[in-house]
Ligand binder design. Sequence first.
Ligand code: 13P
Length: 259
Amino acid sequence: MNRKNIVAGNWKMNKDYQGGMELISEAVNMIRDERNTDTIAIFATPFIHLSSVSQLIKEEPGIYTAAQNCHQEESGAYTGEISAAMIRSVGASYVIIGHSERRNYFHEDHELLRKKVQQALKHDLIPIFCIGETLEERNAGSHFEVITKQLNESLCHLSPDEFSKIVLAYEPVWAIGTGLTASPEQAQEIHAFIRKEITARFGDLIAAQTSILYGGSCNPQNAASLFSQPDIDGGLIGGASLQSRDFTNIVTAFNPIRK
Ligand code: 13P
């Protein structure tokens, strides 16, 4: 079985309800007309859109929804929080966990992220687990160590069966929202390293089947050259996912590649 190519749009805290529904309708129509591969398109919307967007894409092959976060506990007195079970109950299939914005601004550490991954898997949500180094860490030459540590701390306790459900996203923090993209060669180097780390822990087959997405200023101009790298299986897209034309062009960047 080949690994899946995936392009996921992370809307972050953008779009009111009406704006989000317009965006999703346009994007779904374009993707339906223009995508000629089995590339999966995912919309990671704010929580308030998730139920309606999941309904809207329910019958669309290869289009899914994701939450951008979930709480680590099952249920209870956690005012303002959303559980994995709730996310699953509205029809979402994926959840982003460990995004650098959550690690930074909300102080999410590896203990917490482990629990979130466990909750997601328990409720049949596929985690899109984000890892990546800061600019200081890259300049210090410690990016490989940072990646190994992030994998070890939050994912290596999983059973091979559990790990095989995870999608990884390499998002160098210095490339997020900055217009600085990792070059295809820089990204490929890390993606190949990540796959080697997975091989060491979970074996060849699981490593070969794990989708590893690139995120950080990915746009319609650079998507094809990133996605044509052998270990880059798609993208996690921030800013460019807010324009239906741009997001569709990133999804269809796989059209001529067909890995
Ligand atoms: P940008 O594409 O805006 O750089 O954001 C990337 C990202 O953080 C996706 O999760």
